[in-house]
Ligand binder design. Structure first.
Ligand code: BGC
Length: 987
């Protein structure tokens, strides 16, 4: 890659214009627009510069006041702002997802401080523009320039053909008119205008050409104008040499700069050139905010104090600009590692992990994360904070959505597959990223399902339930691990020497680095475990936590701790080694910059969309079918009722990567899939949740006012009932709002949110057959739904292709094949509930006095398809001729359609002196596709690996003795065969 010197400059543009719309504008003031320091792009011509109309600009802001930014003051900038009208946009009420206090350019140039969002309401109004700012080129030498849209404050609710446009002289947009397809605008970043003349007036405008009657909103916009040609500025050294980068700018190829040297030698060479301060800088991770806040970090980058950046902004050009500062302006040029939460997809959104794990198909995970890795790396992010290896035993905990379910064996396979998908065989490749196993460890066992709480976990349970999935990820080669928020036995995870050092490094020989979770180092003080930030930093690094996410506790404190001997130099060096090792392994020293031109081509290819659709069909679990599914072609009048039926957002899940708007919806996809003579009536019925009235407490906090009933403007249950009465079949799309899932989203009730239960009851009371699709990030306890529906699909949060995948299943283009990876309770009072419980001393006793049935409603492993299967009794084939014993069954397709069956191997060791073992443990599964009447023999080996456990010292172990063996369609189904594992079989 060619590295180009770039220039800096500043400009001060004063605007005075009349306001055209009555909006909440602060007192008129001259606005000082922001001009930027450096080009956002390495691929620009030398001398790039830009002015940036900051969403954060405020009266009085001046350019170039920060000498550390190397700004050169220009008094005569060659772009002049003519006006910055709001067009016919207006301030809208706050919206849940909109950043508070967004500032936009107001008419007259004064910034508007919007408490909510700026809405450009284009309802039913085709091909109209809302003008945001107008400017003109005053320097006749400038005939071409670019407009950069800096995404962090752009939030367009976009539909096809809408986005941002540059208009000239108030006419049609100059091509290309960027079409914004996501809220964060990451699919575009630049308009280039050529052939400009001083008589042209350019206008940046929001364009809507949808005409579907939807409101368009924009919640703040930052864009920049980059004029050519070169102006004055500072030049940076060219570091790129033939096949290597002169990162420390000393004119010679150091070992650490030499790609032909082994990683360990490069690490050592670099380490010995580093000062203590630079070393601590490599343990520091910061978070990108808006551009202006980020710019305040430039001095730290120059000092080598930013090792990693959580990069939420997307735009590769921006990312390169930041990298340029670290690489070209810091002494040793150590590149920044950009990290991001890409959990179930980036541009292509797959089902949440809990859903995808129901596919019982680790390979599908690998394929999905391969796509996510490519999309992410193309953006310039080389590290993702996934997979999540926590185990889901308590559905009250909002983060079960991010897990691969309740079972250690299934979760281990799914997480190892995700690591392979992210990293491939070479994490340095331009389509791969480093994975991060999180949250280490015990986070899912938080008391009462309350996020961030303590977890009481015994060594036995830690070793056999919570650790295996992390171990599988380590074995699969994961380069990094994130320590968790919880404490075990009073010791917060980020300071837990046993888990971070004794187990992870001493036992497992993990070579990568551990990053804390968000602010977890400084939160040691809140736990009451550390006295202050310095104490917290020392405790965390001494325990084995290498990188500090966001607390900024290491950099300012650890030098003193080292000098005073509380933290050894060796401890710091080892942590730095681990971080540098990963940076070398992902190829950052060779390719610090991302190819900006490759971004678009790497996103959401047709085959990615097809894969996402396949993932939906393979992760949606059919829980009940009284013969109504697949929908018969004879059903001519179909009503789709419920708030998720025509929804673009709720279906996406709690981590939406780079997408927050999905198309198609279930309604639009179903319309396509149904026979042409069928009619589909879509009725929302009610909102996904009610909106609480709020009150302000004395301390200023705004909280729900529980004395006032929450409201639901969409609640029109009568309309839904009328539609149901008129239909041959009703499809109900209901669930919980995605805001109730994910981090800090625990629930006390496992119910439908808002008025949906009332909606369901009223529709079910019509007597029409109801097919319910439940959309949720956790198992919900919905007795009426299970009982009164003719069929139930559990769709989880299926991601961007939810609509098309579900339509495939409903009409029978594809048969369901998923199995629950998490048990569904009858009632919240049962939780935590999981299939691998203990037999106890009094099996069958201990029921609740007010609920006798101890079973889950649907156990782990359960799921139906459009045909049926019969299992023969389990047969044990003894070991012979060096071959291990086997358990075998014959499975027959007894129905009328082809279908997939997922036979599952469960084991139970009847006596174990190390500690009692659970009543059942999954230790294998397969997938067989059978035609009607067809049979398949399925067998599993019964080796020590399959039957064993981890002893209290961390060693894998299997005991000779008596076992029960099931091969069954789900947990707690089927009849076991007895098996004696002979001492000779142990080998
Ligand atoms: C979450 C992590 C996430 C991190 C960075 C934390 O609050 O617990 O899962 O990776 O933030 O966004």
């Amino acid at each position: 890659m060619k590295l180009i010197p770039f220039l800096t400059f500043l400009s001060l543009v004063t605007l005075a214009q009349a306001q055209t719309k009555p909006v909440a504008v602060p007192p008129p003031a001259a606005v000082v627009f922001e001009s930027q320091v450096t080009s956002p792009s390495g691929s620009q011509a030398p001398g790039d510069q830009y002015i940036f109309f900051g969403a954060n600009a405020k009266p009085g802001d001046k350019w170039g006041e920060d000498p550390a930014m190397n700004l050169v003051k220009l008094t005569d900038f060659n772009v002049s702002i003519v006006s910055a009208p709001l067009g016919n946009c207006q301030l809208m009420p706050p919206e849940a997802n909109s950043p508070a206090g967004v500032k936009v350019i107001a008419p007259g140039g004064a910034p508007v401080v919007a408490t909510g969002i700026l809405g450009c309401n284009r309802s039913g109004d085709d091909k109209k523009y809302a003008d945001l700012a107008t400017f003109r080129i005053t320097n006749p030498a400038v005939t071409s320039f670019s407009i950069w849209v800096l995404d962090s404050t752009v939030k367009l609710r976009a539909n096809v053909n809408e986005g941002l446009a540059i208009r000239v002289n108030n006419c049609a947009p100059v091509a290309p008119c960027a079409t914004v397809r996501t809220d964060f605008g990451c699919e575009f970043s630049k308009f280039t205008i050529t052939g400009a003349s001083v008589s042209d007036v350019f206008t940046v405008a929001v364009l809507s050409s949808d005409g579907n009657g939807n409101n368009r909103t924009i919640a703040g916009l930052t864009f920049s104008v980059i004029p050519d040609p070169t102006m004055v500025g500072k030049k940076f050294p060219i570091i790129e040499q033939q096949g290597w980068n002169d990162l420390n700018k000393n004119g010679k190829k150091d070992v650490y700069e030499d790609p032909s040297q082994p990683v360990e030698k490069r690490v050592e060479d670099l380490l010995k050139q580093m000062t203590l301060e630079e070393k601590l800088g490599q343990l520091n991770q910061l978070v990108s905010g808006d551009r202006k806040n980020d710019m305040a970090l430039f001095p730290l980058m120059r000092r080598g104090e930013v090792s990693s950046y959580i990069w939420g902004r997307g735009v590769p050009a921006d990312r390169n600009q930041f990298q340029r500062i670290a690489v070209q302006e810091s002494r040793l040029g150590i590149p920044i590692l950009f990290g991001m939460d890409i959990i179930h997809g980036a541009s292509t959104l797959f089902p949440i992990s809990l859903g995808l794990s129901c596919s019982f198909n680790p390979e599908l995970f690998e394929r999905a994360q391969t796509v996510a890795a490519r999309e992410t790396r193309a953006e310039g992010v080389e590290w993702v904070f996934a997979p999540m290896c926590d185990l889901a035993r308590d559905p009250r905990w909002g983060r079960v959505a991010e897990t691969c379910g309740e079972d250690p064996y299934l979760s281990s396979l799914c997480n190892a597959a995700q690591v392979r998908g992210f990293q491939g065989t070479n994490p340095a490749a331009s389509d791969r990223v480093a994975a991060c196993l999180k949250h280490y460890v015990g986070y899912s066992a938080v008391t009462g399902g309350r996020d961030y709480n303590d977890s009481e976990i015994t060594q036995w349970t830690l070793r056999n339930v919570h650790l295996p999935s992390f171990y599988a990820g380590v074995k699969a080669g994961a380069l990094t691990i994130m320590s968790s928020f919880n404490a075990i036995g009073g010791i917060p995870a980020v300071a837990n020497h046993q888990t971070l050092t004794e187990i992870l490094r001493d036992e497992w020989k993990f070579q990568g680095f551990v990053v804390s979770d968000w602010l977890a180092v400084e939160q040691l003080v809140n736990w009451g475990y550390a006295k202050n930030k310095a104490d917290a930093a020392a405790l965390a690094i001494n325990a084995g936590n290498d990188m500090d996410m966001k607390s900024e506790a290491y950099v300012p404190n650890l030098a003193k701790e080292v000098k005073e001997g509380r933290v050894s130099q060796a401890t710091v060096d080892e942590a730095v080694r681990r971080v540098l090792r990963v940076k070398f392994q992902v190829g950052l020293f060779e390719r610090p910059y991302v190819d900006e031109s490759a971004y678009k081509g790497a996103q959401k290819k047709p085959e990615d969309i097809a894969l996402a659709r396949e993932c939906v069909t393979k992760s949606t679990v059919l829980l009940k079918n009284a013969g109504i599914l697949p929908l018969s072609k004879e059903l001519k009048k179909i009503a789709l009722i419920g708030p998720v039926g025509d929804d673009h957002r709720e279906i996406l899940g709690c981590w939406t990567g780079r997408t927050s708007w999905s198309k198609p919806t279930l309604a639009s996809a179903l319309k396509e899939a149904l026979p042409t003579d069928a009619t589909l009536t879509v009725v929302k019925g009610c909102a996904i949740n009610t909106v609480p009235t709020t009150k302000t407490l004395q301390d200023g906090r705004i909280v729900p006012d529980e004395s006032v009933p929450p409201t639901d403007a969409d609640c029109k249950i009568d309309d839904a009932v009328a539609a149901a009465k008129d239909a041959d079949v009703v499809i109900m799309a209901v669930g919980e709002t995605k805001g109730f899932t994910g981090e800090n989203a625990s629930r006390a009730f496992l119910t439908l949110t808002g008025n949906q239960q009332a909606l369901f009851d009223a529709v079910a009371a019509t007597g029409k057959p109801v097919v319910t699709i439940v959309f949720s990030g956790r198992p919900l306890a919905l007795p009426e739904v299970w009982e009164k529906s003719a069929a139930v699909f559990y769709a989880w949060q299926p991601g961007g292709e939810a609509g098309s995948g579900l339509a495939d299943l409903l009409v029978g283009n594809v048969a369901p094949s998923a199995r629950l990876s998490m048990s569904v309770p009858r009632h919240v009072g049962q939780v935590p509930i999981y299939y691998n419980y203990y037999n106890t001393g009094r099996p069958g006793s201990g029921q609740y006095q007010d609920m006798k049935d101890m079973d889950a409603k649907f156990w782990f492993g359960y799921g139906l398809t459009y045909t049926t299967f019969a299992y023969s009794p389990v047969k044990i084939i003894p070991s012979a001729n060096g071959k291990p014993a086997e358990a075998a069954v014959t499975i027959t397709n007894t129905g009328k359609r082809e279908g997939d069956e997922v036979p599952q191997l469960y084991i139970r060791q009847l006596v174990c002196h190390e500690g009692a073992r659970p009543k059942q443990e999954l230790r294998g599964f397969k997938r067989v596709k059978l035609q009607p009447g067809e049979k398949a023999d399925v067998s599993f080996p019964l080796t020590g690996d399959v039957l064993g456990y981890i002893d209290r010292k961390g060693n894998p172990r299997a005991d000779a003795g008596d076992y029960e063996i099931w091969i069954a369609p789900s947990a707690h189904a089927g009849t076991p065969a007895a098996f004696n594992f002979a001492p000779g079989d142990l080998k």
